[in-house]
Design a protein around this ligand. Structure first.
Ligand code: NDP
Length: 482
């Protein structure tokens, strides 16, 4: 599949230019150069997409789960057969190392489609028997037209994570990928055409969040919104959608604690902590950005961690030797560097990194050194605000109570990691953490059947498994009296 061309919207089965005729520049973050154009869509394109979805809904919602299974599986097959093209497109668009696109992003995208294609065959609803009187059964019908809006950090991975359950359960979708990383969503729309997905079942509208994205949220016919992105954007979406009584799933920001007790398996913890800190340049909502270390392990941990971080290679995302590629945009690079400056102002000591990097042959790219900071209070701004880049802080602790208070002190509650060989303590701490996902002696081990999402300002609702299929269906109780 070729990707070096202008992107078009995918509306009612056709590849269409935006009605305005306006385009947005699409940058390659590793070179800082424009390499394609993205439709600058507005409410008129969204209106056409919604109309297309409404026309497609009666047939798609009634065609039967086996047909939906077959088509979604075909789309997954096309992605898998074109893994290399999809991986190259993802890396060019986002700046992430090609090894990551090949081994995580694209495989997970076709797994999402296969997982929900199969899940819908097994999805069942409840029944409640009232002794000698009546039986209730719950019908779960698709909602209609739903909106799916996704961010730039795991572009196709998160786009398909929403679209797959929505389509499998019989809805028609109007979706918007981030305008910063639209290319694999465009390739997906071409794969849908090739797989024979009926016109209008999936519509992909490209463009800015405040324009195209907001038009999807505002449209009265869009009955549910599944959104992943920043907490402030989530708040704005909730303000628009809540008075219209739309169903909402919001997966938002995080400031995740990584809690390391001295009795951990040191080597396993160290290798995983390097990954949980800097994979995808730290631009993963589940990255462990606040690292809490039990006091008598602190110096040993710090010295070994910094030594290994200094050995990480920041480089051309297409090189197999690269550990960290470019961050996603120039604006994001400035945001992360400003956060590092704030850490300095707050009294943090930069143990390594702290600056932008010039990479040979990618001099205009947006690269940042992996950065480790110590000496900051758990309650300072650096330790309370999401940075979403290759930056972690180290904080020592003495007791379980102390580290729980630190870990739970932010507005967020997405994920947490605990490292200890003491299973009672692990369980005790997991129980008390404000987090929707807790990993013990691992990080990012994902079973697609489990509930995925955050507490507090990290969002509302859960994705994954039955949770996603329940979100994208409307329950209707039917009561039969004997
Ligand atoms: P944003 O909130 O800026 O954007 C997310 C998506 O929403 C983009 O497609 C964006 O379009 C769109 N958007 C922006 N404004 C509006 C609006 N008013 N109405 C409708 N849509 C809108 O997030 P980022 O793309 O910067 O992603 C990073 C954030 O995502 C981080 O905070 C991260 O923690 C969070 N995230 C959460 C995850 C989770 O599972 N909880 C997983 C991954 C990331 P555009 O790009 O054009 O602005």
């Amino acid at each position: 599949m070729k990707f070096d061309e202008n992107i078009r919207n995918y509306i009612y089965g056709e590849m269409e230019p935006p009605i305005s005729g306006e385009y947005i520049d699409n940058y390659n973050p590793a070179t800082g150069e424009v390499y394609s154009k993205i439709p600058d869509s507005d409410d008129r394109d969204v209106l056409r997409a919604v109309k297309g979805a409404e026309r497609a809904f009666p047939a798609w919602s009634n065609c039967g789960v086996k047909k939906r299974f077959r088509i979604l599986t075909r789309i997954a097959d096309i992605i898998e057969q074109n893994l290399e093209s999809f991986a190259k497109a993802e890396t060019t668009d986002s700046g992430k190392p090609i090894a990551l696109s090949r081994s995580i992003d694209i495989p997970r995208a076709h797994s999402n489609l296969r997982f929900f294609a199969t899940a819908i065959l097994h999805f069942a609803s409840e029944s409640h028997y009232m002794e000698r009187e009546a039986i209730n059964y719950t019908l779960r019908r698709p909602i209609g037209t739903v909106g799916c809006i996704s961010p730039w950090n795991l572009p196709l991975y998160l786009f398909t994570w929403k679209i797959a359950p929505a389509l499998a359960s019989g809805n028609c979708v109007v979706a918007k990928p981030s305008e910063i990383t639209p290319m694999t969503a465009y390739l997906l729309s071409r794969a849908c055409k090739e797989a024979g997905l009926p016109a209008g079942v999936l519509n992909v509208v490209h463009g800015y969040g405040h324009k195209a994205g907001q038009a999807i949220v505002e449209h009265p016919s869009v009955k549910a919104i599944s959104f992943t992105g920043g907490t402030e954007t989530g708040r704005k979406i909730a303000e628009i959608a809540a008075p219209k009584f739309k169903k909402l799933s919001l997966e938002l920001g995080g400031k995740n604690p990584n809690i390391i007790f001295a009795d951990c398996d040191f080597e396993k913890m160290m290798t995983t902590t390097i990954r949980s800190s800097f994979s995808n340049q730290g631009q993963i909502c589940l990255s462990g950005s606040r690292i809490f270390i039990e006091k008598h392990l602190y110096t040993v941990f710090r010295d070994e961690f910094v030594k290994r971080v200094k050995n990480l290679t920041v480089g051309n995302p297409f090189s197999d030797k690269t550990d960290l590629g470019a961050v996603v945009s120039s604006a994001h690079q400035s945001k992360v560097l400003n956060a590092i400056d704030l850490a300095r102002e707050e009294g943090g000591q930069i143990l390594c990194g702290g600056n932008a990097v010039k990479v040979p042959k990618c001099e205009k790219g947006y690269f940042i050194q992996p950065t480790v900071i110590e000496g900051l209070d758990a309650h300072c701004r650096t330790n309370q605000t999401e940075i979403f880049g290759p930056v972690v802080t180290l904080i020592p602790f003495e007791t379980e109570e102390e580290v729980l208070a630190y870990a739970n002190s932010t507005e967020y509650g997405l994920s947490a990691t605990i490292w200890t060989q003491n299973i009672s303590r692990a369980q005790r701490v997991a129980d008390k953490l404000d987090a929707g996902i807790v990993w013990i002696n691992t990080w990012l081990t994902r079973d697609l059947r489990t509930p995925f999402g955050g507490m507090k300002n990290s969002g509302t609702g859960r994705e994954g498994g039955w949770e996603a299929l329940r979100f994208f269906t409307e329950p209707k109780n039917v009561c039969i009296h004997f």
